[in-house]
Design a protein around this ligand. Sequence first.
Ligand code: UD1
Ligand code: CA
Length: 509
Amino acid sequence: MRPTQVILLAAGKGTRMRSRLPKVAHRVAGRAMLEHVLRAAAEALAPEAEAAHPPDAEAASGGDAEEHLPQFEIVVGHEREAVRQAIRWAPTRGRVRYVTQEEPLGTGHAVLQARPQLAEGEVAPATVLVLYGDTPIIRAQTLRALLATHEREGATLTFLTALADRETDYGRILRDHEGRVTGIVEVTHATAQQRAIAEVNSGIYCFDAAWLWSRLDDLAPHASGEYYLTDMVALAVREGRLVSTTTGSLDETMGVNDRAMLAEAERILHDRLLRALMLGGVTIQDPASTYVECGVRVGQDSLLRPGTMLQGETVIGERCEIGPHSVIRDSQIGDDCAVLASWVEEAIMEPRSWVGPMSHLRPGARICSGAKLGNYAEVKNATIGPGAQMHHFSYMGDASVGARTNIAAGAITANFAPDGSKTRTEIGDDVFISCDTILRAPVRVGDGARTGAGAIVTRDVPPYSLAVGMPARVIRHLQPPTGAATEAPVASDAPIQDMAADDDGKKRE
Ligand code: UD1
Ligand code: CA
């Protein structure tokens, strides 16, 4: 493919969105509209080898993609910073340049702002691909087909059209009696007859670079003072240049102008994502109530129950059961896990761990293999050890809980200092923290230790001892199980040991 430079337009006012956020920064399926366009262009321009295995929207975005990326010029208005922040795709960071369009004087004027940038390039690009930042549904394969047609036909200008089966506000494509393109007319300037034309403009164009840059100055402003990029079509035709088109689907070329279209874009992308998951072996019981964002991966034979929302860079393993009514964001869930009616954010669940119903894993939570949480358990910045159990209205924050330890009903860590600082609670292996224990950090509870119901633990509890009361005092030393050395390494898959009856006469679960 010929060296190509990409210009993305993102400086429009986006008035119809009625938003303080720039239009192209609005998110669809978890990504800014502009990032969707950027990714599609990057994928379309990837070398052949990569094109055979494209870094799909739902696949992880690879690190070495960067070296193959073309140069992106993003034309922004005064909200440059908000636009820059909206793009979270790391590989493009070094490949993106921002150009400011001081006043939004139209799409033609916007492209013109990128001309000085392009002159600086080491290899002058032969082709300039222009995309509008508000077309998030566009797919790489459609762009690739457009670029291929442009090259094959040696056209001066090739652009993407779509056939509308409903009323739209897109520009209408004008053709002569032989079907040759003669121009694009904006719907606001169109006659009734022109409005009836089904073929519409997607706003995606390939230009012969030399021609574009030499002729862009010839655009004349409209009454509104705007310069339309679409007028380049009639200009090329008047010069007897070859203008070519390819046609995509109306959905895919959709330009989002208002919130109703934003929701429509969301629906289309979302259907596409869920379909890819289902064809990849994931059961989705109720696609209509299941929401999955672009960066999410889900393993084979996992089950997504109704009301589930998977967001950000979430990875779910195989044979998991998620939902009903679970929200998981930026988390890693291993194989054979369950997350029932729970909220999981920036957390890690190791294989065969279980959360819910009604539990909350907050940032920094790590649930080790075989551990079980819920109902109403909350974990923040804490590790819950292999095979540990934590049920009924409990909270562990800034803590580590050892293997096979049991956190009984109502037990919590208390580590909030008035100055906002946090100290840690460390609980060993095979510990039994009884009902309503409060662990006031910083504090350590040794392996095999136990607390009595309602204990308020303010000082360290040595291994194999029982502490009770307020403040808790050690009242008894416990017999370590024969053969169990205090420092013995813990087998992560070890079954939960049946411990003796608790002080309250309750057996641990
Ligand atoms: C544009 C096309 C129309 C096409 C439609 C497809 C023109 C004149 N019209 O109309 O034929 O059917 O897109 O979606 O091009 N922008 C700037 N600077 C500006 C103006 C716009 O950067 O001064 C950017 C916007 O941020 C946006 C894109 O260009 O991403 C398109 O602008 P928009 O105002 O949405 O154009 P439409 O009226 O939708
Ligand atoms: Ca638009």
